[in-house]
Design a protein around this ligand. Structure first.
Ligand code: FDA
Length: 402
């Protein structure tokens, strides 16, 4: 029977980083993955260019039932550390926006880098391996279709539920339950919204229209509220044929609770009421749709301005209603019917309850030798390179401890 020190389940960003760190310390490491090739999500990430970190990553950029949990790992493997590795391999990169670092060429560069580091650390990677069971006596016994493996440590890095067609499974959550670990309920995050039929008939023909907004969620995750932080996101929003998408919407979707509205400032560049609606008040424009449209077009894309006026016709506007309408423009509240679900979600929020894990090693408090890292843990980053930074940091934390 094959024996080794560490078996990492899942050859994604977190699993490979963990394997590299453990292998460098002389551990005999085997990485198993059921997919035919490693790092599939890395390959499609960032539109094929992998937004591999965010130079501003801090614990505040992550959602978790325990907002302090990620601090230790993030502090010990920083964006500068992954950037140093990228540069060591001569991979050209650029900062796109808001601290987001991308490969100039292709995400394949990151996969090749991880493969080379694994080889240098004598890590064995076995893609195409079906894992049948994991059980524990003095160490762990892993049954695979290719035969059993004995190991003293198991690292679960099988990722979240997003994009099942890329090979996502509930394996990590099932294994955690098998060993009696608690799970924070999972939900799709960084995901587009869908409208109900009525809202869709009002807005969905604007599909393809993109505009800058400030998005915020009515209800902010309790833990974040407890820390006094109410994140809002000033980025692009995109109308789709089913609802809303774009970076601002993906960001706020992680904080959204079903049945509750999101709030959108549709005219973030015109902050005070005189900017948009003063011309209407002073020129008696409530009887002059052309003036109203002109005023609105200064603040919104033309098609959106027209639609806004169609749904809020000037003839019905009193001065009070004008002021209300201006407020609505800055605080448009709309209640999504739902999200596009795991098929379109970039990540899975929720996961292994962080109370079950040691924050500096990612080891289970109940089951010594069992580790959970990456997206399968209840730590979810904002859009913009934060999720890979968590994968690197949590992977390194476990790899340095095993
Ligand atoms: P990951 O999902 O990467 O790896 C898990 C591995 O486990 C996979 O190789 C899988 O095959 C394997 N596995 C699953 N079940 C198994 C089983 N039963 N048996 C054996 N193996 C199993 N983030 C970011 O920071 N910047 C970005 O640019 C993007 N872009 C992006 C685009 C798209 C389209 C998506 C869907 C996601 C992103 N993300 C992102 C998120 C990022 O990809 C994600 O958070 C990390 O890949 C998570 O890394 P993990 O290693 O935890 O899981």
């Amino acid at each position: 029977m094959q024996t080794c020190d560490v078996v990492v389940l899942g050859a994604g960003a977190a699993g490979l980083m963990c394997a590299i760190e453990a292998g460098r310390r002389g551990r005999r490491v085997l990485v198993l993955d059921h997919a035919d090739r490693i790092g599939k999500k890395i390959l499609i990430s960032g539109g094929g260019r992998c937004n591999f970190t965010n130079i501003n990553a801090r614990a505040e950029n992550f959602l978790s039932a325990n907002p302090h949990f990620a601090k230790s790992a993030l502090a010990r493997y920083t964006p500068a550390d992954i950037l140093a590795l990228i540069e060591k391999h001569g991979i050209p990169w650029h900062e796109k926006t808001l601290g987001q670092l991308f490969c100039d060429r292709s995400a394949q560069d990151v996969i090749t880098m991880l493969e080379r580091e694994c080889a240098a650390a004598n890590v064995e990677i076995r893609p195409g391996t079906r894992i049948l069971s994991v059980s524990r006596d003095t160490g762990f016994l892993i049954e695979t279709l290719a035969g059993p493996i004995r190991t003293s440590a198991v690292v679960v890095a099988t990722g979240g539920l997003s994009i099942p067609k890329m090979g996502a499974t509930s394996f990590g959550y099932d294994l955690a339950r098998q060993f009696g670990l608690r799970i924070v309920e999972c939900r799709p995050a960084l995901v587009p919204f869908v409208f109900n039929p009525e809202d869709c008939s009002r807005w969905c023909d604007l599909t393809g229209l993109s505009t800058e907004v400030i998005a915020s969620a009515q209800t902010i995750a309790a833990t974040i509220t407890a820390r006094g932080l109410h994140p809002s996101f000033r980025e692009k929003m995109l109308f789709t044929h089913r609802g809303l998408s774009g970076p601002a919407i993906l960001q706020i979707s992680s904080y959204w609770k079903p049945g509750e509205p999101i709030t959108l400032d549709l005219a973030p560049n015109s902050d005070a009421s005189p900017e948009v609606f003063a011309p209407l008040l002073t020129t008696n424009a409530r009887r002059d749709p052309a003036t109203a449209l002109q005023a609105l077009r200064a603040a919104l894309p033309a098609r959106l301005a027209e639609r806004w006026l169609t749904l809020n016709p000037p003839a019905r506007w009193t001065n009070t209603a004008l002021a209300d309408s201006e407020r609505d423009l800055h605080e448009w509240q709309i209640t999504p019917a739902g999200t596009e679900g795991y098929a379109k979600a970039e990540v899975t929020a929720g996961g292994i309850d962080t109370n079950e894990l040691d924050s500096s090693t990612m080891q289970s408090k109940r089951v010594p030798g069992l580790y959970f890292i990456g997206e399968v843990v209840d730590v979810t980053g904002w859009l913009g390179g934060y999720n890979f930074q968590w994968a690197w940091a949590s992977g390194a934390a476990a790899g340095r401890a095993i």
